[in-house]
Design a binder for this molecule. Structure first.
Ligand code: PAF
Length: 272
């Protein structure tokens, strides 16, 4: 696996690399990320990952500073999984960067209490897309809202990129894999698994779906000391609150703090 430690290094050979499938990451890689590499392997392209903790998408500086960094292990894992290239830029990538304003629906769910978060995500991705010029990009659907916003960004700007979404990979407890799980104690991990349990409870009783039912699941989670940012039943495209499961598929999405750690998860409900 070839490692590019700067954009300049990458640019020198870019034209010789052929068609690329790109997996952007912030490092601290786990099976969720390697499952995206596995998806990318189904195509004939070379695979390039990036590792960059993007300051622009954190609105809490402590969260940014605490973000786990495990570069050596990340490189080994990517190599073992058959990634061909990894780009590890430094903060000079932010110099003269074109700022992207995310559309209004970015202000729902994860954007509501994290203003500017998706502007930061789209800004860095636009820059990576410009530098790398990928043919395919692969994103995890745990970050469902991010997946939709990036898909729309690619379509709206007529970028010639195919986007593929990878399913969420889970611990046996149901806890969605996340780099932030490394910040949880063993006891907090047990509590964090309740998030997926609540999503599943909602799915198994989807014929009773309404605000009261969703709120009862909030209360249940709060009884374990979980601090809910949002738990919502919504339209999977607009993220507008909706309970209309008779007529359309819905997204149940959650963001919650277990201790100091913010976790997200979601489940798609198919219409009745
Ligand atoms: O999902 C992530 O890890 C980040 O939001 C991404 C896509 C790498 C952009 O910084």
């Amino acid at each position: 696996m070839k490692i590019f430690n700067s954009i300049q290094e990458f640019n020198k050979v870019k034209d010789d690399l052929g068609k690329l499938s790109f997996i952007p990451t912030m490092g601290n890689l786990h099976r969720g990320h390697t499952s995206l590499v596995d998806i990318a392997k189904q195509f004939n392209n070379k695979i390039i990952a990036s590792i960059y903790v993007n300051k622009l998408q954190f609105n809490d500086n402590n969260d940014y500073l605490r973000y786990p960094k495990t570069l050596d292990a990340d490189i080994k894992l990517l190599e073992k999984h058959g990634c061909d290239y990894v780009l590890i830029p430094d903060d000079s990538i932010l110099e003269n960067i074109q700022t992207i304003k995310a559309p209004l629906k970015s202000q729902k769910l994860c954007g509501k209490n994290r203003p500017g978060h998706f502007d930061g995500v789209l800004t860095i991705l636009n820059e990576f897309f410009r530098i790398i010029g990928p043919d395919i990009v692969v994103f995890g659907k745990k970050d469902y809202q991010q997946f939709i916003l990036v898909r729309d960004f690619i379509n709206d700007n007529n970028l010639n990129i195919k986007i593929i979404g990878g399913n969420t990979i889970r611990e046996s407890s149901g806890l969605a894999l996340s780099s932030r799980n490394n910040l949880l104690s063993d006891q907090e991990k047990v509590i964090a698994a309740k998030l997926y349990e609540a999503l599943n409870d909602i799915e198994s009783q989807k014929s009773n779906l309404d605000l009261n039912f969703v709120n009862s699941k909030k209360d249940y989670l709060e009884s374990f000391g979980i601090n809910i940012d949002y738990l919502i039943s919504c339209d999977p495209e607009s993220f507008q609150e909706s309970y209309d499961i008779k007529n359309k598929d819905l997204l149940i999405a959650i963001a919650a703090y277990v201790g100091k750690v913010r976790l997200i998860d979601n489940l798609k409900l198919t219409k009745l």
